[in-house]
Ligand binder design. Structure first.
Ligand code: IMP
Length: 191
């Protein structure tokens, strides 16, 4: 079924990843990017942030067409899931260097981390947002590696790959990433 879906985000890197994935895997779905900086609530779960942001677009901005947005976060196991839903704030304040400092005495298993994306999809104004979750398991690298990607990508070494996300092409990252898993769940639902 041919379908056009709006993707609300101000992050061009997310748009690149999602558009490449849709082109490769869902030719009948067209993603229309719209740059809109909706207010992100600082809630304790990534799911709640995505759900409330989608409700805001649906109710306050009266978006009638099918749309989705997503919220992502890095959860470091030894730090009890920090920065999690506060990943954007923490990245702006201390960046990857700050995360490396927090991890300086952590070795091996203690460096495990999960990257998580929650996609919130609204089919029509009458329907509550549907959530699709994707995770990628890995660890915090000892130092930043790679020139690609964005955000925490130079620090996130994907499990078993021996490469950080920043050392992967968009295509490689899309094979395994949290965002691609969540978006594939949405595609499965739509088909
Ligand atoms: P948000 O989903 O835009 O709120 O992202 C939270 C924080 O995580 C921001 O600092 C993003 O740059 C970062 N981030 C989100 N997705 C990724 C990713 O796939 N790789 C690396 N960093 C990411």
């Amino acid at each position: 079924m041919e379908m056009e879906i709006i993707f609300f985000t101000t992050n061009k890197n997310k748009v690149k990843e999602i558009k490449e994935l849709a082109t490769a895997e869902a030719k009948e779905i067209t993603i229309e990017h719209r740059e809109y900086d909706y207010p992100e609530l600082q809630l304790e779960e990534i799911e709640s942030v995505a759900r409330e942001s989608a409700k805001y677009m649906k109710e306050k901005k009266a978006i009638k067409e099918p749309f989705f947005l997503e919220d992502s976060g890095l959860l470091i196991h030894a730090l009890n899931g920090f920065p999690g839903p506060f990943s954007a704030f923490v990245f702006d304040k201390i960046g990857n260097e700050g995360i490396l400092k927090l991890m300086v005495d952590k070795r091996g298993e203690e460096r495990k981390a999960t990257f998580k994306t929650v996609v919130a999809f609204c089919k029509s104004p009458q329907k509550a947002p549907l959530l699709f979750v994707g995770v990628a398991e890995g660890k915090i690298a000892e130092m930043m590696r790679g020139e690609g990607g964005f955000g925490y990508d130079p620090l996130f070494e994907f499990e078993g790959a021996g490469k950080t996300f920043a050392e992967m092409s968009t295509e490689e990252k899309n094979e395994v990433s949290h965002r691609s898993m969540a978006f594939r769940e949405l595609l499965n639902y739509l088909s």
